[in-house]
Design a protein around this ligand. Structure first.
Ligand code: ADP
Ligand code: ASP
Ligand code: MG
Length: 416
Protein backbone atom coordinates (compact mmCIF):
# COMPACT_ATOMS: atom_id res chain seq x y z
CA UNK A 1 0.00 0.00 0.00
CA UNK A 2 1.01 3.57 -0.59
CA UNK A 3 -0.62 6.58 1.05
CA UNK A 4 -0.81 9.92 -0.75
CA UNK A 5 -1.78 13.18 0.88
CA UNK A 6 -2.95 16.20 -1.10
CA UNK A 7 -3.22 19.47 0.83
CA UNK A 8 -5.50 22.46 0.36
CA UNK A 9 -3.15 24.22 -2.06
CA UNK A 10 -3.20 21.25 -4.46
CA UNK A 11 -7.02 21.33 -4.80
CA UNK A 12 -7.73 25.04 -4.54
CA UNK A 13 -9.59 25.12 -7.88
CA UNK A 14 -10.82 22.88 -10.71
CA UNK A 15 -7.40 22.85 -12.36
CA UNK A 16 -5.94 21.66 -9.09
CA UNK A 17 -8.39 18.75 -8.97
CA UNK A 18 -7.59 17.87 -12.58
CA UNK A 19 -3.90 18.04 -11.75
CA UNK A 20 -4.37 15.56 -8.87
CA UNK A 21 -5.87 13.13 -11.39
CA UNK A 22 -2.94 13.70 -13.71
CA UNK A 23 -0.43 13.12 -10.89
CA UNK A 24 -2.09 9.75 -10.21
CA UNK A 25 -2.05 8.85 -13.89
CA UNK A 26 1.66 9.68 -14.08
CA UNK A 27 2.89 7.95 -10.92
CA UNK A 28 0.30 5.15 -10.71
CA UNK A 29 -2.42 4.54 -8.16
CA UNK A 30 -2.53 0.80 -7.58
CA UNK A 31 -3.10 -0.10 -3.88
CA UNK A 32 -3.35 3.55 -2.97
CA UNK A 33 -5.14 5.52 -0.29
CA UNK A 34 -5.53 9.23 -0.95
CA UNK A 35 -6.00 11.60 1.98
CA UNK A 36 -7.28 15.04 1.00
CA UNK A 37 -7.62 18.36 2.86
CA UNK A 38 -10.26 21.03 2.46
CA UNK A 39 -9.98 23.01 -0.78
CA UNK A 40 -7.83 26.15 -0.73
CA UNK A 41 -8.62 28.31 2.29
CA UNK A 42 -11.95 26.61 3.11
CA UNK A 43 -10.94 25.80 6.69
CA UNK A 44 -10.33 29.50 7.39
CA UNK A 45 -13.69 30.34 5.80
CA UNK A 46 -15.43 27.77 8.03
CA UNK A 47 -13.72 29.33 11.05
CA UNK A 48 -15.55 32.53 10.10
CA UNK A 49 -18.82 30.55 10.00
CA UNK A 50 -18.16 29.24 13.52
CA UNK A 51 -17.23 32.65 14.81
CA UNK A 52 -20.39 34.15 13.29
CA UNK A 53 -22.48 31.41 14.86
CA UNK A 54 -21.26 32.47 18.30
CA UNK A 55 -20.71 36.20 17.88
CA UNK A 56 -22.39 37.55 14.77
CA UNK A 57 -25.56 35.57 13.92
CA UNK A 58 -26.75 37.96 11.24
CA UNK A 59 -23.74 37.12 9.06
CA UNK A 60 -24.01 33.38 9.64
CA UNK A 61 -26.06 32.54 6.57
CA UNK A 62 -23.93 34.61 4.20
CA UNK A 63 -20.71 33.06 5.54
CA UNK A 64 -22.04 29.57 4.78
CA UNK A 65 -23.25 30.69 1.35
CA UNK A 66 -19.79 31.97 0.56
CA UNK A 67 -18.21 28.56 1.22
CA UNK A 68 -20.93 26.88 -0.84
CA UNK A 69 -20.52 29.30 -3.75
CA UNK A 70 -16.78 28.67 -3.89
CA UNK A 71 -17.33 24.91 -4.17
CA UNK A 72 -20.16 25.30 -6.68
CA UNK A 73 -17.87 27.25 -8.97
CA UNK A 74 -15.36 24.40 -8.83
CA UNK A 75 -18.14 21.86 -9.55
CA UNK A 76 -19.29 23.86 -12.57
CA UNK A 77 -15.74 23.98 -13.91
CA UNK A 78 -15.35 20.24 -13.45
CA UNK A 79 -18.70 18.94 -14.69
CA UNK A 80 -20.28 21.73 -16.79
CA UNK A 81 -23.71 20.24 -16.15
CA UNK A 82 -25.60 21.18 -12.98
CA UNK A 83 -27.54 17.94 -13.23
CA UNK A 84 -24.43 15.97 -12.31
CA UNK A 85 -25.14 14.15 -8.99
CA UNK A 86 -22.13 15.80 -7.33
CA UNK A 87 -24.11 19.06 -7.04
CA UNK A 88 -26.82 17.34 -5.01
CA UNK A 89 -24.30 15.49 -2.88
CA UNK A 90 -22.40 18.63 -1.89
CA UNK A 91 -25.63 20.59 -1.36
CA UNK A 92 -26.76 17.83 1.03
CA UNK A 93 -23.58 18.31 3.08
CA UNK A 94 -24.24 22.05 3.38
CA UNK A 95 -27.85 21.29 4.45
CA UNK A 96 -26.51 18.93 7.09
CA UNK A 97 -24.16 21.64 8.37
CA UNK A 98 -27.02 24.15 8.57
CA UNK A 99 -29.32 21.76 10.40
CA UNK A 100 -26.60 20.99 12.90
CA UNK A 101 -26.28 24.70 13.70
CA UNK A 102 -30.05 25.05 13.94
CA UNK A 103 -30.54 22.26 16.43
CA UNK A 104 -27.28 22.57 18.37
CA UNK A 105 -27.69 23.42 22.02
CA UNK A 106 -24.06 23.10 23.12
CA UNK A 107 -22.33 26.35 24.12
CA UNK A 108 -18.93 24.60 23.90
CA UNK A 109 -16.95 26.46 21.23
CA UNK A 110 -14.47 23.65 20.62
CA UNK A 111 -17.21 21.03 20.26
CA UNK A 112 -19.15 23.15 17.77
CA UNK A 113 -15.91 23.98 15.97
CA UNK A 114 -15.21 20.32 15.29
CA UNK A 115 -18.77 19.56 14.15
CA UNK A 116 -18.54 22.35 11.57
CA UNK A 117 -14.93 22.57 10.43
CA UNK A 118 -14.74 19.05 8.97
CA UNK A 119 -17.26 19.88 6.23
CA UNK A 120 -14.35 21.35 4.29
CA UNK A 121 -12.76 17.93 4.02
CA UNK A 122 -16.10 16.13 3.51
CA UNK A 123 -17.04 18.37 0.59
CA UNK A 124 -13.60 18.30 -1.04
CA UNK A 125 -13.39 14.49 -0.96
CA UNK A 126 -16.93 14.11 -2.37
CA UNK A 127 -16.04 16.42 -5.26
CA UNK A 128 -12.76 14.66 -5.97
CA UNK A 129 -14.26 11.19 -5.72
CA UNK A 130 -17.10 12.18 -8.09
CA UNK A 131 -14.69 13.77 -10.53
CA UNK A 132 -12.48 10.69 -10.56
CA UNK A 133 -15.52 8.52 -11.32
CA UNK A 134 -16.48 10.96 -14.05
CA UNK A 135 -13.11 10.58 -15.81
CA UNK A 136 -12.95 6.83 -15.26
CA UNK A 137 -10.72 6.53 -12.20
CA UNK A 138 -12.75 4.09 -10.12
CA UNK A 139 -12.57 4.79 -6.40
CA UNK A 140 -14.26 4.33 -3.03
CA UNK A 141 -15.13 7.37 -0.89
CA UNK A 142 -14.29 6.54 2.71
CA UNK A 143 -15.47 8.41 5.82
CA UNK A 144 -12.32 8.81 7.95
CA UNK A 145 -14.52 9.19 11.05
CA UNK A 146 -15.39 5.51 10.76
CA UNK A 147 -11.71 4.64 11.17
CA UNK A 148 -9.92 7.28 13.18
CA UNK A 149 -11.00 7.27 16.81
CA UNK A 150 -9.91 9.95 19.26
CA UNK A 151 -10.76 11.19 22.73
CA UNK A 152 -13.10 14.17 23.02
CA UNK A 153 -10.39 16.81 23.36
CA UNK A 154 -12.08 18.82 20.59
CA UNK A 155 -9.84 20.79 18.20
CA UNK A 156 -6.82 18.64 19.10
CA UNK A 157 -8.05 15.08 19.51
CA UNK A 158 -5.66 12.41 20.75
CA UNK A 159 -5.78 9.24 18.69
CA UNK A 160 -7.01 6.05 20.31
CA UNK A 161 -4.56 3.79 18.51
CA UNK A 162 -6.08 0.50 19.58
CA UNK A 163 -9.61 1.31 18.38
CA UNK A 164 -8.28 2.96 15.22
CA UNK A 165 -6.11 -0.03 14.40
CA UNK A 166 -9.01 -2.45 14.95
CA UNK A 167 -11.42 -0.48 12.78
CA UNK A 168 -8.93 -0.10 9.95
CA UNK A 169 -7.97 -3.78 10.10
CA UNK A 170 -11.65 -4.78 9.97
CA UNK A 171 -13.17 -2.26 7.59
CA UNK A 172 -10.61 -1.18 5.05
CA UNK A 173 -10.73 -2.58 1.53
CA UNK A 174 -7.13 -2.55 0.32
CA UNK A 175 -7.96 -3.71 -3.20
CA UNK A 176 -9.52 -0.45 -4.45
CA UNK A 177 -8.44 3.17 -4.75
CA UNK A 178 -9.66 4.80 -1.54
CA UNK A 179 -10.25 8.53 -1.06
CA UNK A 180 -10.66 9.90 2.43
CA UNK A 181 -10.51 13.11 4.48
CA UNK A 182 -7.52 14.40 6.37
CA UNK A 183 -7.87 16.18 9.71
CA UNK A 184 -11.06 14.53 11.03
CA UNK A 185 -11.88 11.63 13.31
CA UNK A 186 -14.61 10.82 15.81
CA UNK A 187 -14.99 10.24 19.53
CA UNK A 188 -16.68 7.35 21.34
CA UNK A 189 -20.09 9.05 20.87
CA UNK A 190 -19.38 9.38 17.15
CA UNK A 191 -19.15 13.15 17.27
CA UNK A 192 -16.62 14.58 14.83
CA UNK A 193 -13.24 15.50 16.28
CA UNK A 194 -10.19 17.06 14.62
CA UNK A 195 -6.47 16.48 14.94
CA UNK A 196 -5.42 20.16 15.05
CA UNK A 197 -4.92 22.67 12.25
CA UNK A 198 -2.81 21.33 9.38
CA UNK A 199 -3.48 17.83 10.70
CA UNK A 200 -4.06 16.07 7.36
CA UNK A 201 -0.42 15.03 7.08
CA UNK A 202 -0.92 13.29 10.41
CA UNK A 203 -4.02 11.48 9.09
CA UNK A 204 -1.89 10.07 6.26
CA UNK A 205 0.65 8.84 8.81
CA UNK A 206 -2.06 7.25 11.02
CA UNK A 207 -3.47 5.28 8.08
CA UNK A 208 0.01 4.32 6.91
CA UNK A 209 0.85 3.02 10.36
CA UNK A 210 -2.35 0.99 10.70
CA UNK A 211 -2.14 -0.37 7.14
CA UNK A 212 1.60 -1.14 7.36
CA UNK A 213 2.00 0.94 4.21
CA UNK A 214 5.17 0.84 2.14
CA UNK A 215 5.39 4.62 1.90
CA UNK A 216 3.66 7.95 2.40
CA UNK A 217 3.92 10.78 -0.10
CA UNK A 218 2.77 14.28 0.71
CA UNK A 219 2.30 16.37 -2.42
CA UNK A 220 3.15 20.03 -1.99
CA UNK A 221 3.49 23.27 -3.92
CA UNK A 222 7.25 23.11 -3.28
CA UNK A 223 9.80 20.64 -4.72
CA UNK A 224 10.19 18.94 -1.32
CA UNK A 225 11.62 19.88 2.05
CA UNK A 226 13.87 22.86 1.41
CA UNK A 227 16.55 24.27 3.67
CA UNK A 228 14.27 27.28 4.24
CA UNK A 229 10.71 28.44 3.60
CA UNK A 230 10.86 29.96 0.10
CA UNK A 231 8.25 32.56 1.12
CA UNK A 232 10.80 34.18 3.41
CA UNK A 233 14.24 33.16 2.13
CA UNK A 234 15.72 33.57 -1.31
CA UNK A 235 17.56 30.67 -2.94
CA UNK A 236 16.09 27.94 -0.76
CA UNK A 237 17.65 24.60 -1.70
CA UNK A 238 16.09 21.15 -1.87
CA UNK A 239 17.12 18.61 0.76
CA UNK A 240 17.32 15.27 -1.06
CA UNK A 241 17.43 13.09 2.02
CA UNK A 242 16.90 13.66 5.72
CA UNK A 243 16.43 11.40 8.72
CA UNK A 244 13.20 11.16 10.72
CA UNK A 245 15.11 12.84 13.53
CA UNK A 246 16.05 15.78 11.32
CA UNK A 247 12.47 16.13 10.03
CA UNK A 248 11.14 16.03 13.61
CA UNK A 249 13.60 18.76 14.63
CA UNK A 250 12.75 20.93 11.60
CA UNK A 251 9.00 20.55 12.23
CA UNK A 252 9.49 21.22 15.95
CA UNK A 253 11.31 24.50 15.32
CA UNK A 254 8.51 25.55 12.97
CA UNK A 255 9.23 24.37 9.40
CA UNK A 256 5.57 24.25 8.42
CA UNK A 257 6.06 21.93 5.45
CA UNK A 258 5.38 18.81 7.58
CA UNK A 259 2.97 18.62 10.52
CA UNK A 260 5.11 17.74 13.57
CA UNK A 261 3.00 14.73 14.65
CA UNK A 262 3.36 13.04 11.26
CA UNK A 263 6.85 11.66 11.74
CA UNK A 264 6.47 9.64 14.90
CA UNK A 265 4.13 6.86 13.65
CA UNK A 266 6.14 6.59 10.45
CA UNK A 267 9.42 6.34 12.30
CA UNK A 268 8.03 3.60 14.54
CA UNK A 269 7.34 1.36 11.57
CA UNK A 270 10.19 2.73 9.45
CA UNK A 271 7.79 3.77 6.71
CA UNK A 272 9.57 6.19 4.36
CA UNK A 273 8.01 9.61 3.82
CA UNK A 274 8.39 11.40 0.50
CA UNK A 275 7.67 15.09 0.10
CA UNK A 276 7.14 15.89 -3.58
CA UNK A 277 5.85 18.58 -5.87
CA UNK A 278 2.36 18.14 -7.31
CA UNK A 279 3.53 20.32 -10.18
CA UNK A 280 6.45 18.07 -11.01
CA UNK A 281 5.40 14.62 -9.78
CA UNK A 282 8.18 12.68 -11.41
CA UNK A 283 10.95 14.63 -9.67
CA UNK A 284 12.40 12.77 -6.68
CA UNK A 285 11.57 15.38 -4.00
CA UNK A 286 12.76 14.68 -0.47
CA UNK A 287 13.03 11.29 1.14
CA UNK A 288 12.67 11.10 4.92
CA UNK A 289 13.84 7.82 6.37
CA UNK A 290 15.83 5.96 8.96
CA UNK A 291 19.37 7.10 9.71
CA UNK A 292 19.71 9.10 6.53
CA UNK A 293 22.47 11.68 6.69
CA UNK A 294 21.21 15.09 5.64
CA UNK A 295 22.04 15.61 1.97
CA UNK A 296 23.22 18.17 1.07
CA UNK A 297 24.64 19.06 4.47
CA UNK A 298 23.81 22.78 4.51
CA UNK A 299 22.43 25.15 7.15
CA UNK A 300 18.61 25.04 7.46
CA UNK A 301 16.73 28.24 8.29
CA UNK A 302 13.37 28.34 10.04
CA UNK A 303 11.37 31.42 10.92
CA UNK A 304 8.36 31.79 13.20
CA UNK A 305 6.74 35.17 12.84
CA UNK A 306 4.54 37.00 15.30
CA UNK A 307 6.01 35.55 18.48
CA UNK A 308 6.16 37.29 21.87
CA UNK A 309 9.31 37.84 23.91
CA UNK A 310 8.67 38.32 27.61
CA UNK A 311 11.54 39.33 29.91
CA UNK A 312 11.14 39.23 33.65
CA UNK A 313 13.31 40.46 36.49
CA UNK A 314 12.61 40.40 40.18
CA UNK A 315 11.10 43.56 41.65
CA UNK A 316 13.83 43.78 44.32
CA UNK A 317 16.88 42.68 42.27
CA UNK A 318 16.93 39.33 44.02
CA UNK A 319 17.93 36.24 42.06
CA UNK A 320 15.49 34.41 39.83
CA UNK A 321 15.63 30.93 41.29
CA UNK A 322 13.96 27.57 40.72
CA UNK A 323 10.89 28.53 42.68
CA UNK A 324 10.21 31.59 40.49
CA UNK A 325 10.89 29.63 37.34
CA UNK A 326 8.49 26.91 38.35
CA UNK A 327 5.82 29.53 39.02
CA UNK A 328 6.43 31.17 35.64
CA UNK A 329 6.10 27.82 33.87
CA UNK A 330 2.94 26.95 35.67
CA UNK A 331 1.40 30.22 34.40
CA UNK A 332 2.65 29.55 30.87
CA UNK A 333 0.97 26.16 31.04
CA UNK A 334 -2.27 27.57 32.43
CA UNK A 335 -2.50 30.04 29.55
CA UNK A 336 -1.52 27.44 26.92
CA UNK A 337 1.50 29.43 25.71
CA UNK A 338 3.70 27.43 23.39
CA UNK A 339 7.24 28.02 24.68
CA UNK A 340 9.87 28.40 21.96
CA UNK A 341 13.05 29.48 23.77
CA UNK A 342 14.03 30.32 27.32
CA UNK A 343 17.10 32.06 28.71
CA UNK A 344 17.95 33.05 32.23
CA UNK A 345 20.63 34.97 34.08
CA UNK A 346 21.03 35.82 37.76
CA UNK A 347 18.29 38.40 37.98
CA UNK A 348 16.37 38.01 34.73
CA UNK A 349 14.41 35.38 32.82
CA UNK A 350 13.37 35.63 29.16
CA UNK A 351 10.93 33.44 27.33
CA UNK A 352 9.81 33.57 23.72
CA UNK A 353 6.30 32.19 23.23
CA UNK A 354 3.68 31.61 20.58
CA UNK A 355 0.44 33.24 21.75
CA UNK A 356 -1.78 30.76 19.87
CA UNK A 357 -4.85 31.09 22.09
CA UNK A 358 -4.72 34.87 22.61
CA UNK A 359 -4.10 34.72 26.34
CA UNK A 360 -1.22 37.19 26.52
CA UNK A 361 -3.02 39.95 28.43
CA UNK A 362 -4.19 37.55 31.12
CA UNK A 363 -0.71 36.07 31.48
CA UNK A 364 0.95 39.49 31.74
CA UNK A 365 -1.48 40.57 34.42
CA UNK A 366 -0.36 37.67 36.60
CA UNK A 367 3.32 38.16 35.88
CA UNK A 368 3.25 41.89 36.63
CA UNK A 369 2.07 41.22 40.16
CA UNK A 370 5.34 39.40 40.85
CA UNK A 371 7.99 40.65 38.43
CA UNK A 372 9.20 43.63 36.52
CA UNK A 373 8.01 42.72 33.01
CA UNK A 374 9.06 43.87 29.56
CA UNK A 375 7.24 42.47 26.59
CA UNK A 376 8.01 42.64 22.86
CA UNK A 377 5.12 41.54 20.66
CA UNK A 378 5.31 40.63 16.95
CA UNK A 379 8.94 39.52 17.12
CA UNK A 380 10.40 36.82 14.85
CA UNK A 381 12.15 33.71 16.02
CA UNK A 382 14.85 32.43 13.68
CA UNK A 383 16.40 29.02 14.06
CA UNK A 384 19.39 27.75 12.08
CA UNK A 385 20.16 24.05 12.18
CA UNK A 386 23.68 22.99 11.12
CA UNK A 387 24.77 26.60 11.38
CA UNK A 388 28.12 28.10 10.44
CA UNK A 389 29.58 31.61 10.86
CA UNK A 390 28.48 32.63 7.42
CA UNK A 391 24.86 31.56 7.97
CA UNK A 392 24.68 33.49 11.25
CA UNK A 393 26.17 36.62 9.69
CA UNK A 394 23.78 36.42 6.78
CA UNK A 395 20.78 36.18 9.08
CA UNK A 396 21.89 38.87 11.54
CA UNK A 397 22.48 41.46 8.83
CA UNK A 398 20.25 44.52 9.35
CA UNK A 399 18.32 42.99 12.26
CA UNK A 400 18.07 43.94 15.91
CA UNK A 401 18.79 40.85 17.97
CA UNK A 402 16.86 40.69 21.24
CA UNK A 403 18.01 37.24 22.28
CA UNK A 404 20.50 34.75 20.90
CA UNK A 405 21.19 31.21 21.97
CA UNK A 406 23.70 28.74 20.60
CA UNK A 407 23.69 25.02 21.27
CA UNK A 408 25.46 22.27 19.40
CA UNK A 409 24.08 22.28 15.89
CA UNK A 410 21.35 24.86 16.49
CA UNK A 411 21.29 28.61 16.93
CA UNK A 412 18.16 30.60 17.79
CA UNK A 413 17.64 34.33 17.58
CA UNK A 414 14.73 36.54 18.48
CA UNK A 415 14.61 39.71 16.38
CA UNK A 416 12.34 42.75 16.10
P1 ADP B 1 -0.61 21.85 2.29
O1 ADP B 1 -1.23 22.26 1.01
O2 ADP B 1 -0.24 20.42 2.32
O3 ADP B 1 -1.41 22.26 3.49
P2 ADP B 1 1.26 23.77 3.29
O4 ADP B 1 0.90 25.05 2.65
O5 ADP B 1 0.83 23.53 4.69
O6 ADP B 1 0.76 22.59 2.35
O7 ADP B 1 2.84 23.52 3.22
C1 ADP B 1 3.58 23.91 2.11
C2 ADP B 1 4.27 25.23 2.38
O8 ADP B 1 5.19 25.07 3.46
C3 ADP B 1 5.13 25.73 1.25
O9 ADP B 1 4.40 26.46 0.32
C4 ADP B 1 6.19 26.60 1.97
O10 ADP B 1 5.89 27.96 1.88
C5 ADP B 1 6.08 26.19 3.43
N1 ADP B 1 7.36 25.78 4.01
C6 ADP B 1 7.80 26.15 5.25
N2 ADP B 1 9.00 25.65 5.51
C7 ADP B 1 9.37 24.92 4.42
C8 ADP B 1 10.53 24.15 4.08
N3 ADP B 1 11.54 24.00 4.94
N4 ADP B 1 10.55 23.53 2.89
C9 ADP B 1 9.52 23.65 2.03
N5 ADP B 1 8.41 24.37 2.27
C10 ADP B 1 8.33 25.02 3.45
N1 ASP C 1 -7.93 21.70 6.39
C1 ASP C 1 -7.22 21.64 7.65
C2 ASP C 1 -6.48 22.94 7.88
O1 ASP C 1 -6.48 23.81 7.01
C3 ASP C 1 -6.29 20.47 7.76
C4 ASP C 1 -5.13 20.46 6.78
O2 ASP C 1 -5.21 21.14 5.76
O3 ASP C 1 -4.14 19.77 7.02
O4 ASP C 1 -5.92 23.12 8.94
MG1 MG D 1 -1.48 22.99 5.15
Amino acid sequence: MQVFKFGGASVKDANGVKNVASVLQKVGYKNTLIVVSAMGKTTNALEVVINNYFNNKKELHSAIQEVKKYHNAILLDLFDDEKHPSFKKTAALFDELRSFLEVNKSPDYSFVYDQVIGYGELVSTVIISEYFDFIGIKNDWVDAREHIKTDNYYRRGNVNWEDTQNLITKNFNKSVLNITQGFIGSDTNNFTTTLGREGSDYTAAIYAYCLNADSVTIWKDVPGVLNADPRYFENAQLLNKISYREAIELAFYGASVIHPKTLQPLQQKEIPLYVKSFLNPEAPGTMVGKELVIEPNIPCFIVKKDQVLISLSSLDFSYIVEENISEIFSLLHTYKMKVDVIQNSAISFSVCVDNIYNNLDKLLLHLKAKFKVTCHEHVSLYTIRHYNENAINQLEKGKTILLKQLTEGTVQMVTT
